[in-house]
Write a protein that binds this ligand. Structure first.
Ligand code: S3P
Length: 171
């Protein structure tokens, strides 16, 4: 696969985009950005507060704008997107025309267990019990895979090591 200056990590909440993104960026000596963090900086509010005060539609609007600015203002990066980013406002097309996208794929069962202890900072799953979380993840994932599947490549092996990923992508 051809190497690219802009690498986007996509996948459901809890798929490890930020953790892997930081490691990948360090390894490739590229700047790392986390889209949620950039949104929080731009709005001076946490993602939870943005959802609470302004609602999801407003968040999606800001999310796309911050994504566009990051792409326009940087020639080189690893960027971890939010779980919903690829699914709104044509963001997936924008991402794929700007660089390489990598889908970190897990099934609903694994995502549910990874998210059980990480619900509070995520407005869409706050307050759900285990059963509700499993149902939410299963149906949202089904809906979102249409977009995730448009990624340049997909990493399905949960245990895939960074070195293998770099080899796989020929970076
Ligand atoms: C969201 C995922 C979150 C964040 C927001 C909405 C989603 O990012 O953007 O809470 O719609 O899946 P992470 O995937 O980094 O948790």
């Amino acid at each position: 696969m051809a190497s690219s200056n802009k690498i986007f990590l996509i996948g459901f909440m809890g798929s490890g985009k930020t953790t892997l993104g930081k490691e990948l960026a360090k390894k490739l000596d590229k700047p790392f950005f986390d889209l949620d963090l950039e949104i929080e900086k731009a709005e001076s509010l946490s993602v939870n507060q943005i959802f609470e005060r302004h609602g999801e539609a407003y968040f999606r609007d800001i999310e796309s704008k911050v994504l566009q600015v990051l792409i326009a203002n940087n020639s080189n990066f690893v960027l971890a997107l939010g779980g919903g980013t690829p699914c709104f406002n044509g963001n997936m097309d924008l991402v794929n025309s700007a660089g390489i996208s990598i889908y970190l794929k897990y099934n609903a069962g694994i995502l549910t267990s990874r998210l059980l202890n990480a619900k509070s900072e995520r407005p869409l799953i706050r307050g759900l019990n285990k059963l509700q979380l499993k149902e939410f993840v299963t149906s949202k994932l089904e809906e979102r895979e249409f977009f995730y599947d448009q990624a340049t490549c997909c990493i399905e092996k949960a245990s895939l090591m960074l070195v293998e990923l770099i080899e796989l992508l020929n970076l």
